[in-house]
Design a protein around this ligand. Structure first.
Ligand code: PEP
Ligand code: MG
Length: 580
């Protein structure tokens, strides 16, 4: 038996046979052509772009409006394939270098993927797989090479490949393909997004799984842990079969929870929302029984395109979420760019210490960047006339920042009124508490805003001085650190005193063992990763407030992360063993 670990991008457990896809290798020769052949090659390129775009349109038409995530990806590919400037760039290469069409396509696409792969931004780097996908399609059209049709798989299997392009993923025949695992990929790659939206278990970033597995091998794919077990022994197989049956039973129980309120056994209602990055994820929030979106991370609007989004693009995205939420409330966070989320236009400042640098609200409030901040605020305020919207500022550290941001909002409101636009004049304004500074002055900040949302992901990072993305420090980076719990307690206490609403929207709220602690500290609003809503609701429905208060009191007396986390895990195990 061999075990491989990667990044789980879509949950579930599958035991099946392996279908191994060999890499699709094209040999692109540097073929120099005669002057009189040049225009023929240019014509071949133009036709190839046209045919390839047609293929993608055809593939896209197989999906309905429910699959808008997949259709959006196809639309990006069609956009590329219909981009005149790109076609001209390839044609220019043929004319200037006297090379064949295949070579020109390959060399231009290599340049584009080279630029994207050297970006400091993860999201942009992960777009390279889309570029490969488009290039391969063009080369297949040019070389008339048939690609293995994934739709032709007619035996139950788990697909193992070096990488699957978004279009390949979308064309899997789901009657037979039960999951997939790839060497390449990342959490936010389009392939991962497609896997989540078609709902099959998937693991990426397994590095060399294609050299370990052979076609026909028995495979266990654990999409919860991100583990692939190749040729498992009979004991492991038996264990996983039982585990798989248990998870199916829990999934069924969770499914039933979707339509029930997030209410404790002693009748206290908890508002349980979902976090989203893309508008289509609002559908998951609605289908999982979430009470709206507690955190819309709008920076993905900036990361998806080479240029800054226009007011209309912002507005369209917000209206899309409003429609999908069908009356449920939506908290829109203004852009939180910088550190781990860098835009692709190359204009963002390069700094020695970006996590502590000119990022997030600080970036927006700098004079030179006020226009782009105002553009986003205009769109949010215009959308506030159409749905239940709250406005939230990230990474606040001082009272001055909040006052400055609110002043810009008022200014934008005046402009909108002058321009004849409607907006919610009483829109609720809140801030994220993500730094020790904002937690410590939360009594002052509470007087300035309508609500707080505690961003534990950054709060842990800044409290413990530990990079949230550094896996070597994973044991230090924990919501169970006493310093973090003390800060949360302080924030909730100050918010309560001032009558300011307080929500927890960091990953801590998605971790079941921390839910009793948060409720015990007085938190009554949580916003969690959208797919986790049913699980967290199940936990809430098994708790009562006096027990939670006792948990918070006892955890508050413990001195180490280990003792706190062990205590919280044991407590949860005693109350809701099925979610462990
Ligand atoms: C957080 O910091 O907890 C948070 C929710 O924001 P993000 O993860 O987007 O930084
Ligand atoms: Mg944050």
């Amino acid at each position: 038996m061999e075990i491989k670990n990667g990044i789980p991008v879509s949950p579930g457990i599958i035991i099946s046979k392996c279908c191994l896809l060999e890499a699709e290798d094209f040999r692109i020769q540097h073929k120099v052509i005669e002057t009189e052949q040049i225009e023929d090659e240019v014509e071949r390129v133009e036709k190839a772009f046209k045919n390839a775009a047609e293929q993608v349109r055809e593939l896209s038409s197989k999906y309905g409006s429910d699959d808008s995530g997949i259709r959006d990806i196809f639309a990006v590919h069609v956009g590329f394939l219909s981009d005149d400037s790109l076609i001209k760039r390839v044609s220019k290469r043929i004319r200037e270098k006297s090379v064949c069409a295949e070579y020109a396509v390959s060399s231009v696409f290599k340049e584009i993927s080279g630029t994207l792969s050297s970006s400091p931004d993860n999201y942009v780097r992960e777009r390279v797989s889309d570029i490969y996908d488009i290039e391969k399609r063009l080369l297949r059209v040019l070389t008339k090479k048939e690609c293995y049709d994934l739709g032709s798989i007619n035996e139950e299997c788990v697909v193992i490949a070096n990488d699957l392009s978004p279009t390949q993923t979308a064309s899997l025949n789901l009657d037979y393909v039960k999951g997939f695992a790839t060497n390449a990929g990342g959490r936010t790659s389009h392939t991962a997004i497609v896997a989540r939206s078609i709902g099959i278990p998937a693991i990426v970033a397994l590095e060399d799984i294609t050299s370990s597995a052979e076609d026909g091998d028995t495979i266990i794919l654990d999409g919860y842990k991100g583990t692939v077990l190749i040729r498992p022994d009979s004991e492991t197989l038996e264990e996983y079969r039982r585990y798989s049956d248990d998870t199916i039973a829990v999934e069924q129980q969770l499914q039933k929870t979707c339509d029930l309120p997030a209410e404790t056994t002693d009748g206290v209602n908890v508002s349980l929302g979902g976090n989203i990055e893309l508008p289509q994820e609002a559908d998951i929030v609605a289908s999982k029984g979430g009470d709206g979106v507690g955190l819309y991370r709008t920076e993905f609007l900036y990361l998806q395109s080479e240029k800054m989004p226009s007011e209309q693009e912002h507005y369209d995205a917000y209206m899309d979420v409003i429609r999908r939420l069908a009356g449920r409330p939506l908290v829109i966070r203004t852009m939180d760019l910088g550190a781990d989320k860098m835009p692709s236009d190359g204009k963002f400042p390069t700094e020695t210490n970006p996590v502590l640098g000119l990022r997030s609200i600080r970036y927006c409030l700098t004079t030179a960047n006020l226009p782009l901040f105002r553009t986003q605020l205009r769109a949010i305020l215009r959308a506030s006339a159409e749905g239940d919207i709250k406005l939230m500022f990230p990474l606040i550290t001082t009272v001055e920042e909040v006052r400055h941001a609110k002043m810009v909002v008022r200014d934008v409101m005046e402009d909108l009124a002058d321009d004849g636009f409607d907006y919610d004049f009483n829109i609720k304004i809140g801030i994220m508490i993500e730094t020790p500074s904002s937690a410590l002055i939360s009594a002052f900040l509470a007087k300035e805003v309508d609500f707080f949302s505690i961003g534990t992901n950054d709060l842990i990072q800044y409290t413990l001085a530990v990079d949230r993305a550094n896996e070597k420090l994973a044991s230090l980076y924990s919501p169970g650190q006493p310093a973090v719990i003390k800060l949360i307690k302080e924030v909730v206490r100050n918010a309560k005193k001032a009558g300011t609403e307080v929500c927890v929207c960091g990953e801590m709220a998605s971790e079941p063992e921390f839910v009793p602690l948060l409720l015990g500290l007085g938190v009554r609003r949580l916003s969690v990763a959208a797919p986790r809503i049913p699980e967290i609701k199940l936990v809430i429905r098994a708790l009562d407030i006096p027990t939670c208060e006792e948990v918070a009191r006892r955890a508050g007396c413990l001195e180490t992360r280990r003792s706190i986390v062990n205590y919280l895990r044991d407590t949860l195990m005693g109350i809701v063993p099925e979610v462990q």
